[in-house]
Ligand binder design. Sequence first.
Ligand SMILES: C/C(=C\Cc1cc(O)c2ccccc2c1O)CCC[C@H](C)CCC[C@H](C)CCCC(C)C
Ligand SMILES: C[S@@+](CC[C@H](N)C(=O)[O-])C[C@H]1O[C@@H](n2cnc3c(N)ncnc32)[C@H](O)[C@@H]1O
Length: 257
Amino acid sequence: GHPSRRDFGGPRGARPAARRRRRRGFAAVSCGSSSAADERQALFSRIAPVYDHVHDVLSLGQHRTWKRICVSWSRARRGDRVLDLCCGSGDLAFLLSQKVGLDGQQLQTAASRQDQRWKPCYKNIKWIEGDALDLPFTDCYFDAVTVGYGLRNVVDKPKAMREILRVLKPGSRASILDFNKSSSLFTTSLQSWMIDNVVVPLASGYGLTEEYKYLKSSILHYLTEKELEELAKEAGFSAAKHYELGGGLMGDLVATR
Ligand SMILES: C/C(=C\Cc1cc(O)c2ccccc2c1O)CCC[C@H](C)CCC[C@H](C)CCCC(C)C
Ligand SMILES: C[S@@+](CC[C@H](N)C(=O)[O-])C[C@H]1O[C@@H](n2cnc3c(N)ncnc32)[C@H](O)[C@@H]1O
């Protein structure tokens, strides 16, 4: 369930300007709450035990590079208050906490990983079970938001984008990493071949065939580069640009409020 808004920045509504100075704090949100979202959440709960290992094997560790780029392009800086939305096991949250430092502020998995990590800055992460479509934060609350492979998995992308916009301070950025729905026939064929002949067979070894067949369909139904930029502008972002990564297999949408 959602913590009350009062827990995170008081009653919903624009923060008094005087209090909009660079604040400290850090949050990572995952989960979701609707029947479709519940099904998706159950899917990720089933994957959670092998999630990080599968990614290191399948992407030859490259997913860590793509996540570092996503966090870098969010322009999160020391002392910022930042949000990693759809945090899962917390990869981007941990990277963000290194950016914002000790002064900066998947759930069970992420929290236990937090305990296993030694860097003091990690203690500033709050793991919050909430819905990306109804964020428990007031307006203009964060200096940066990252979404790592989350937008493709939420059930209402326009609503998620409007929520991200709402909680961002004016002039701040969202950096949204995901698979790239490429216009290049070669890239889409390579991506599809990899998923059919590497990803799904390997996942089947973990008894996760259906879960990874969902992965393929989620990419097929995802938005193209131009559609993502339009989605951001329609949500109210003043600027939006999508950049391809990993030879076009992945991409990062950088949107400024
Ligand atoms: C974290 C990544 C993708 C998000 C994601 C991962 C999953 O395991 C899912 C399972 C079920 C449903 C959804 C998801 C999901 O959204 C990216 C890294 C993991 C990828 C599975 C690796 C993909 C590899 C590339 C297709 C090919 C890489 C070629 C080269 C070695 C770089
Ligand atoms: C593919 S995982 C990505 C995890 C992590 N960001 C990463 O980069 O590895 C997608 C995550 O989005 C979460 N998610 C899906 N819909 C959500 C929603 N409406 N609200 C919050 N989290 C959601 C899932 O629970 C899952 O943890």
